[in-house]
Design a protein around this ligand. Structure first.
Ligand SMILES: [Mg+2]
Length: 402
């Protein structure tokens, strides 16, 4: 089960949210005030036939009252980051696809999902809560159909396409609407009589494979609702937030699990300190064959100390883990914030001072000699396997190819 979360007219909605006088009015966002090309527009503007890519001059002919606003990429990235961080609490199996779209792999969450409709509602509520904005959600069995579904009931829509009906749902869609089909491939397909996705089954997969290699084979499958591509979690986590690791399959030894937990907690703690961040909310999860165990855990006050993060994780394991085999672990600080050094009244002052000094020394040594050169003694036995999630996420990065 895969969901695509797609924000509704993202940039224009942010402009309307930040400038209430724009609410309910046709707004076109351009690159700077000199920009002549519309990069996105509000639904009120779309009502007049205004579209992304249209020249402002043309748009004014359709709707003389159109309001132009220069884009503010920094602001959009900030809100995007908040949304993506929040989505991690639904599942850490997330692929940030663009600044306003993310795929969520929900297969492993089936146990806690009452129905696809229910989880879609939950996602919409969460996104609204953290951003004040609406999104549309498509759910299906593969990425391409989920992406198609998300467009069907915009704005603030939910569309669920059962995998058994994916092929039929896509059959009338023009092939060039599939992600990754450029002019060259479109011409090629048209020459073979393939105009709609439903026509694709009339040609053998080998024709596309021979000319376009694996991307060609993928497109043949995509058109029939069988997109084989998995969620790419490598571009998932917002920078400087979380760490995850694959564990030896079916790990049941509590001591081993705790070492992994401590390792990830220390890494998250040291990353938070490096950027002068603290967080009071964490996603801590371990993955068993029945899905992710754990979830969002709150600390009574903002923290940046791996030992305290570890304590939250230990609590989760005490309550949530029944001794079943574990294959992956994830520790993520949600919505870390730059905080001044003022101590929270809930915090133990003496402990704070002590751990502060200890962490400062640790950080100085590790900065000089490399990450985790000096660590709590337990971590001598930690795994040297690389992390699951690479810190390569860019909120401004758009991926538009297969
Ligand atoms: Mg969108």
């Amino acid at each position: 089960m895969i969901a695509l979360v797609d924000m509704d007219s993202f940039f224009a909605s942010i402009e309307q949210m930040d400038q209430p006088e724009l609410f309910g009015r046709p707004v076109a966002v351009t690159n700077g005030l000199q920009g002549t090309c519309i990069i996105t527009c509000s639904y009120e503007a779309r009502y007049w036939g205004i579209k992304t890519g249209m020249r402002l001059k043309e748009a004014r002919k359709l709707c003389p009252d159109i309001i132009q606003r220069p884009s503010r990429p920094k602001r959009y990235a900030e809100i995007s980051t908040n949304i993506m961080r929040a989505l991690i609490t639904i599942t850490p199996d997330i692929e940030v696809y663009s600044v306003d779209e993310a795929f969520l792999e929900l297969t492993h969450c089936k146990k806690i999902i009452q129905s696809p409709k229910n989880i879609a509602n939950k996602i919409q509520e969460l996104v609204l809560e953290v951003s004040g904005l609406c999104c549309s959600i498509g759910i299906s069995g593969d990425k391409t159909t989920a992406k198609y579904a998300a467009k069907q009931n915009k704005p603030h829509g939910i569309a669920i396409i059962h995998p058994e009906t994916s092929e039929e749902a896509l059959s009338n869609v023009a092939v060039e609407e599939l992600c990754g089909i450029a002019q060259g491939m479109k011409r090629f397909l048209n020459a073979y009589g393939v105009y709609k996705c439903g026509d694709m089954k009339n040609i053998p997969i080998s024709v596309l494979g021979k000319h376009f290699g694996n991307p060609g084979r993928r497109i043949w499958l995509m058109a029939q609702g069988k997109d084989p591509e998995n969620i790419n979690t490598k571009i998932a986590a917002p920078k400087s937030i979380g760490h995850g690791k694959v564990m030896p399959p079916n790990t049941k030894n509590l001591k081993t699990i705790l070492i992994y937990l401590q390792h990830m907690s220390e890494k998250v703690g040291s990353r938070l300190r490096k950027y002068n961040f603290k967080a009071s909310s964490f996603y801590i999860g371990i993955k068993s064959s029945r899905g992710w165990i754990g979830g969002k855990i709150k600390s009574p006050y903002p923290i940046d100390d791996g030992r305290l993060i570890m304590k939250l994780g230990q609590k989760m394991i005490n309550y949530g883990w029944n001794g079943e085999g574990i294959s992956q672990i994830q520790v993520t600080a949600i919505n870390p914030k730059k905080l001044n050094q003022q101590i929270d009244f809930l915090e133990d002052r003496e402990l704070h001072a002590k751990s502060n000094i200890k962490n400062k020394v640790l950080d100085m040594i590790n900065q000089k000699y490399g990450d985790l050169t000096i660590v709590p003694s337990n971590l001598i036995y930690r795994s040297s396997m690389p992390d699951v999630i690479a810190p390569a996420w860019k909120p401004s990065g758009h991926r538009r190819t297969v």
